[in-house]
Design a protein around this ligand. Structure first.
Ligand code: PLP
Length: 384
């Protein structure tokens, strides 16, 4: 049996994004962030596709995602765990050569314990608290960190020294980000005097790398932008306007296409309410089509009466409330339409594109949220 929608990943779009991003980051090492099931793209499908485009370093949030990445990757590809690992998973991570963040003494001590136990080095990224106030070593802990590592050099390989910014996608955080950049610099120097240096220094996510070039250092952790979405409208405008005032061309391509098909067609007279409740009243005769996808399938209820989809290369607005497993669209005036026709929920059809951001312009995080909520059971395939 088939799922009522499917997802396609475009390798050629991904290549375009990569080459744009590589131009922007210069010689820095590119880490592809694939947490949240590769922002909904599917770790198992996305990772090998990215590898075939030359990416060999991936970042996940937890050990579960790392395990999935591990079974999908080529032997020489590196995985970085930026967040949660249980102690018993730590041993597994070390034995499998995964790199992982340490941000407190507990994890640093455990890393040493399990490195000794498994006879392999713990490949660590030392996370520094610079102002996000989430995770990371405080300045007063640096001596402890340095001493423990220096006394156990056999068991540690310092892969990275890193931090994360408190919202580089918004101008409102400008001052805070600058302070964080300064703080990171100072701590980097301090660690150096304590004889701790790393192969990689990294701090930049998409927004930081594309707005504050100083944050690029020699490694970047890029999530949203590689998938062809901007972290925010501000980041988009800043980059497009800086690059090319006249053309205003978006250099990023949506990698993902999410599509379904028309389940049924119906004509409704003027003066009728559409779907549950009374949020949509027809003012004239309407042709409506039902699409077998709903909030239970990742199509946010927020898109009720606001979303758009593509049918026959034309934009069709969502009518009424999104139901659990279906929603209705206005296809009045679209010619030669029939049951079974392709409906594009996100992505391109003919010359039209539906971006996630265009759904709800007032929410900065809609890209991240809608993408990561795409159910993992929707079938995903890679196209050239
Ligand atoms: C998610 C994440 C990133 C990537 O962020 P984008 O905005 O998607 O580029 C980078 N670093 C950390 C620590 C993250 O959690």
């Amino acid at each position: 049996m088939k799922h009522t929608s499917s997802i396609e990943l475009s390798k050629s779009s991904y290549k375009k994004n990569l080459s744009y991003l590589q131009k922007r980051i210069g010689k820095a090492k590119f880490v592809s962030v694939i947490k949240g099931n590769a922002y909904g793209h599917g770790i198992e499908q996305f990772l090998p596709m990215a590898e075939s485009c030359g990416v060999d370093y991936f970042a996940v949030f937890n050990a579960y995602e790392a395990e999935r990445a591990l079974s999908a990757k080529q032997p020489e590809t590196t995985i970085m765990i930026m967040g949660m690992i249980e102690n018993d998973e730590l041993q597994w991570a070390i034995e499998n050569g995964l790199t992982f963040y340490v941000f407190n003494r507990e994890r640093l001590d455990s890393a040493l314990k399990y490195a000794k136990k498994s006879g392999r080095k713990a490949r660590i990224h030392i996370e520094i608290e610079t102002g996000l106030n989430r995770t990371g070593f405080e300045e007063y802990e640096l001596e402890y960190v340095a001493e423990l590592i220096n006394n156990n050099r056999k068991f540690f390989s310092v892969e990275g020294i890193c931090t994360h910014y408190a919202g580089a996608e918004s101008v409102a955080n400008y001052r805070r980000i600058l302070d964080q950049i300064q703080c990171f610099k100072r701590i980097k120097r301090q660690l150096k005097t304590l004889n701790i240096q790393a192969k990689y220094y990294h701090s930049a996510c998409s927004a930081a790398a594309l707005t504050y070039p100083k944050t690029i250092m020699n490694m970047v952790r890029i999530g949203i932008a590689q998938y062809g979405f901007w972290p925010s409208k501000e980041t988009k405008m800043y980059n497009i306007l800086t690059a090319n005032k006249k053309k205003m061309k978006d250099p990023l391509r949506r990698v993902l296409k999410w599509k379904s098909s028309i389940m049924d067609l119906k004509d409704v007279s003027p003066g009728e309410f559409i779907s549950y409740g009374n949020s949509y009243l027809t003012e004239k005769r309407k042709r409506i089509a039902s699409v077998p996808v709903g909030y239970g399938n990742g199509y946010s209820r927020n898109l009720s009466n606001t979303g758009h989809v593509l049918v026959k290369g034309r934009k069709a607005p969502v009518m009424g409330l999104i139901n659990m497993n279906m929603f209705l669209i206005d296809v009045t005036g679209i010619k030669d339409i029939s049951i079974g026709d392709e409906v594009v929920l996100i992505g391109r059809q003919k010359s039209q594109t539906i971006t996630v951001a265009s759904f709800i312009e007032y929410s900065n995080h809609v890209n991240y949220e809608l993408l990561t909520r795409l159910p993992p059971d929707i079938p995903r395939t890679v196209t050239s």
